[in-house]
Design a protein. Structure first.
Length: 344
């Protein structure tokens, strides 16, 4: 082989690498009450190439909230040393209520800066790129479908368990939005109409029974009633029942604490009942579970599959895979980016 042919091959490989670097990326922006996380995502693989986190001005005027989003986008582009021309679209996800069809943030409690604010339109106008908006759990469900743990399935039920419980439903590869865009609020499906009151105003929502604060509350109450059985739990909390968090419950469970075992067993019963209803209603091909509390509950997934038939009319419910989210803490960025990708 001649020197020139070797050189040509090296040049070809280099050109291909340069072409890959120049391939347009998707920009995903995850907006919360305290921060804005933005990332550049490869639309083919879902790989997050770079990301930043910046403060969110949630309590200011509408223009202040928008400015915080723009600061995060501008910093991301600056750090990645690319221009907006290298971005093929901008996806935005935020807590609801919102209208994904119009790209309007309606009135989320933790984003008081925006009331009926046309966020997608304003971002599109600022950057000259198409922008799409959706609920954070819906967006994460789509990302898991296209690139993550739900890849290869068309019908997905996604749940994120943290300080609350959010859900997203993907049917035939598309987010289920419902008539007004408010579908998919599975965290506020009640399994006990006499149960504790949820922040939404209803009683017995799964969020009020099985999210992180509910786990901590149940453990604190049990520890006060039976401090001897909660010895390890209290030790990890420094002797202060008020310091018992869901994370502490998970640590105590791993060390064999009786109260922690009791609380998490009850939590899984709640989730089994709830997911049994979801399977009877939707019969998804897979259930994908994310969120901070899910890391603690992951050890129960196999047992959950065995328990589900007790709560289902569908006696094949135990065949439904229950798997951990692929994207973890980056689900918001990946989900926002997924809004700009054609899953087909």
């Amino acid at each position: 082989m001649t020197r020139n042919s070797k050189s040509d091959r090296r040049h070809g490989r280099s050109a291909e690498r340069d072409k890959t670097k120049r391939r347009p990326l998707v920009l995903g922006v995850d907006i919360g009450g305290t921060k804005v996380a933005a990332g550049l995502v490869d639309p083919r693989t879902g790989e997050i190439r770079s990301q930043v986190k910046m403060p969110m001005a949630a309590c200011g005027a509408a223009k202040d909230g928008l400015a915080a989003v723009q600061v995060a986008i501008d910093r991301l582009l600056q750090d990645a040393a690319i221009g907006i021309r290298d971005v093929q679209g901008i996806g935005l996800c935020a807590p609801g209520p919102l209208d994904p069809r119009r790209g309007v943030v309606i009135n989320p409690p933790n984003l008081p800066c925006w009331r009926n604010f046309p966020l997608a339109k304003e971002v599109s106008k600022a950057y000259g790129r198409s922008a799409k908006l959706d609920n954070d759990a819906n967006a994460a469900a789509l990302a898991e479908t296209i690139w993550g743990s739900g890849r290869g399935y068309r019908n997905i039920f996604f749940v994120t368990i943290g300080t609350g419980i959010g859900t997203g439903i993907v049917l035939d590869g598309k987010i289920l939005h419902g008539r007004t865009g408010a579908a998919g609020e599975g965290g506020h499906v009640s399994i006990d109409y006499r149960g504790p009151q949820c922040a939404c105003g209803k009683r017995g929502c799964i969020e009020a029974l099985a999210a992180g604060p509910a786990i901590a509350r149940a453990a604190r109450e049990a520890a006060r009633q039976g401090p001897m059985e909660a010895k390890m739990l209290l030790e990890l909390a420094g002797g202060d029942t008020n310091a018992i968090s869901s994370e502490v419950v998970g640590q105590a469970y791993a060390k064999g604490d009786a109260i922690a075992q009791q609380v998490l067993t009850q939590t899984m019963e709640y989730l089994s009942c709830w997911l049994g209803n979801i399977i009877d209603l939707l019969e998804p091909e897979v259930i994908v579970v994310g969120g901070g509390v899910s890391l603690m509950l992951k050890r129960f997934f196999k047992g959950l599959s065995k328990t589900l038939p007790r709560y289902c009319e569908n006696q094949r419910a135990g065949e439904t895979p229950i798997v951990a989210s692929h994207f973890g803490d980056a689900a918001g960025i990946a989900g926002a980016a997924a809004l700009c990708v054609d899953p087909d």
